[in-house]
Design a protein around this ligand. Structure first.
Ligand SMILES: [Zn+2]
Ligand SMILES: [Zn+2]
Length: 205
């Protein structure tokens, strides 16, 4: 178990999330790893921004609760957003330094998880709180015992574009695709304005 995760952490996460599960723990560890890579502490206000790429209505939405819990980027503070791509990735951005890191759960880890009894029962619609304890323990311990590098790959980014917050009564032309974008949705990078899909093409692999 990593030193920053102890039994109290697991209990608090389960209390926040509702049950103990591997996907929330993947998120927890992704969030802590992102903080460590940016050499910063959990967000108290808006000093950090998060982007979670898990989408909607699928088996691992719990990932999003783990990243919120760990990194302090939460929907309540409005310092996290969802980019619903159906990927198990979390990007943490530090606006003051424009540094960011995208942490991605390794595909082989996810595919291995999908072979477990836990996953198969969840796929058969057994609710998390009705799963046999030993099957929960097996997957949870698997997440806790793995190293950061076994679980995740990551990419550091410098000069990360920070989204402008401006009046909704203005629009500009995206430098890349030429489509007009309301300024509050524009991403500025290197003195130029881009719409979000064009900015994503440049900054998210
Ligand atoms: Zn869960
Ligand atoms: Zn564009």
């Amino acid at each position: 178990m990593p030193q920053y995760v102890n039994e109290k952490t697991l209990e608090s996460l389960a209390a926040f999330h509702g049950h103990r599960c591997p996907a929330s723990l993947y998120g927890l560890r992704a969030g802590y790893l992102a903080l460590e890579l940016l050499n910063t502490e959990r967000a108290k206000d808006h000093e950090l921004l998060g982007i979670v790429e898990t989408g909607n209505s699928h088996f691992a939405n719990c990932f999003g609760d783990g990243v919120q819990y760990a990194a302090g980027t939460t929907f309540g503070k409005d310092n996290i957003s969802k980019n619903p791509l159906g990927k198990f990735a979390f990007t943490l951005i530090q606006p003051s330094s424009k540094k960011a890191v995208r942490v991605l759960l390794r595909s082989e880890v996810l595919m291995g998880f999908m072979e477990t009894n836990f996953f198969k029962m969840r796929k058969n619609k057994v609710p998390p709180n009705q799963l046999p304890q030993e099957d929960i323990d097996f997957v949870v311990n698997g997440v806790l015992e793995a190293s950061d590098t076994e679980l995740f790959s990551y990419k550091r980014m410098e000069g990360y574009p920070i989204q402008q917050k401006q009046s909704l009564f203005e629009a500009v032309i995206c430098e890349s695709c030429g489509e007009a974008v309301v300024t509050s949705y524009v991403v500025s990078y290197d003195g130029k304005d881009y719409c979000q899909p064009c900015a994503n093409k440049m900054f998210i692999s």
